[in-house]
Design a protein around this ligand. Structure first.
Ligand SMILES: C[S@@+](CC[C@H](N)C(=O)[O-])C[C@H]1O[C@@H](n2cnc3c(N)ncnc32)[C@H](O)[C@@H]1O
Ligand code: SF4
Ligand code: SF4
Length: 389
């Protein structure tokens, strides 16, 4: 199928969706589609959905590149904010290293987000990096607290080719904003966001799409309407509200919301997937090149990484033992991995093992056996021995 036919097919599928996040993802997908990326996406998704095999033919098509591991704020729900020792030591990725990473992944990847644990705008090379990715026809996203932006920043943000900017502002008054964004200054953030919106107008650019993201806590849920009104005055493209996690159970914040707020906003975060999909389609690359299967985890430098993309090619990392053992955790309930990884103790594995809808799907075994007969039989034997199924 030619690339243009495939792109039109995507557009037709898109038309069936309304203005939801899914529609946006599909639009981004279309914008950055090449025949090779689409083929890779199809291969990966087929294997993830129907085979769920451990050895994936195809490569990750969605990626986070953490260009810095520094941050000025001290958010209580973030390992960076809590200054946890050895959690991704302070480091900024160099432009040369960034180019190396992008060159490795560009045949497959549609989108790169620049926000691992840290504040991307603290990396002085950020605009050059975004430009480089955009020049490879890769979609770019920065999620930022936006407390700091160089004087030339607003114009540079627009000229860099950045596609989507998500600004984390969890409050409409300084008092509630700084309850989670400790050290943050709301006025400065709103000014920075406003100057970017203004620079877009001045330069006649539709991009970046500027979104205000508001994490909901007990202390700020009453400010939803005020935030909507401020967002309208500033002229951002979108404002959305999300329930927040509190992974450390920090008592300075409470993420329990009133029933009314929960009913209104909880669905945004819900997923119908039983198995975690990330080991099949996603990769996080940290500022030292360290590879993580996702950014949900509090991975430690070196120890929890699945490899290093600055020293090892993508093709060698993607199907190494850590990746394969992590995928097998979602092939069959109760799988006992040969090698423990950060996935082994993850809540997603616990949920999968406890879920009646999870389990050994015969189609997965059958199709997996066709592609990788030896691996499938060995995995089956291991799991029978472990008494699961
Ligand atoms: C780790 S942050 C890094 C980017 C940037 N420093 C920021 O905070 O926007 C990545 C994303 O996680 C979000 N985040 C931070 N704390 C969170 C929490 N407790 N629950 C859910 N999302 C959270 C941020 O708002 C941001 O969208
Ligand atoms: S601003 Fe982002 S990276 Fe910084 S501490 Fe908060 S959540 Fe973490
Ligand atoms: S299982 Fe957990 S740690 Fe592994 S990729 Fe999924 S969310 Fe991340």
């Amino acid at each position: 199928m030619s690339s243009s036919i495939m792109q039109n097919t995507i557009v037709r599928v898109m038309q069936r969706f309304n203005k939801s996040a899914r529609a946006r993802h599909l639009l981004e997908l279309k914008r950055h589609a090449t025949a090779r990326r689409l083929w890779n996406l199809g291969l990966v998704e087929f294997q993830r959905k129907f085979l769920r095999n451990a050895h994936v033919i195809g490569y990750p098509y969605w990626m986070v590149v953490g260009v810095t591991s520094s941050c000025q704020l001290e958010c209580p729900g973030c390992p960076k904010g809590r200054r946890i020792p050895d959690h991704r030591r302070k480091r900024a990725m160099s432009y040369e290293d960034f180019k190396h990473v992008i060159n490795e992944v560009k045949p497959y990847v549609f989108n790169v987000a620049f926000n691992a644990w840290g504040e991307a705008f603290l990396n002085k090379q950020i605009f050059k990096m975004i430009r480089y990715a955009a020049d490879q026809n890769i979609g770019t996203l920065v999620s930022a607290n936006l407390n700091d932006l160089p004087a030339t920043g607003p114009e540079e943000v627009v000229k860099s080719g950045l596609e989507r900017l998500v600004v984390s502002i969890d409050g409409a008054t300084q008092e509630s904003y700084e309850r989670y964004r400790i050290n943050g200054n709301l006025e400065r953030v709103l000014t920075n966001m406003g100057t970017i919106v203004e620079a877009k107008r001045r330069l006649g650019s539709e991009l970046p799409h500027v979104a205000w993201q508001f994490l909901l806590f007990e202390h700020n849920e009453h400010e939803v309407e005020k935030a909507r009104s401020l967002a309208k005055d500033i002229g951002v493209d979108e404002v959305y509200f999300m329930t927040a996690g509190n992974r450390y159970g920090d008592t300075r914040v409470n993420n329990q919301l009133t029933a009314e707020t929960s009913d209104q906003f909880s669905a945004v975060n819900q997923s119908s997937e039983v198995a975690c999909a990330r080991p099949w389609y996603f990769m996080e690359i940290n500022s030292d090149g360290g590879v993580s299967p996702c950014c949900d985890i509090e991975a430690y430098d070196g120890l929890d990484d699945f490899g290093n993309l600055l020293t090892t090619p993508l093709k060698k990392i993607w199907n190494n033992e850590k990746y394969k053992e992590s995928r097998k955790l979602f092939q069959v309930k109760g799988y006992k991995p040969k090698t423990d990884t950060v996935c082994t103790t993850c809540y997603r594995v616990k949920e999968y093992n406890a879920n009646p809808r999870a389990g050994t799907a015969p189609a997965h075994w059958f199709a997996g056996a066709l592609i990788h007969p030896v691996e499938t039989i060995l995995a089956y034997r291991t799991n029978r021995a472990g008494g699961v199924g």
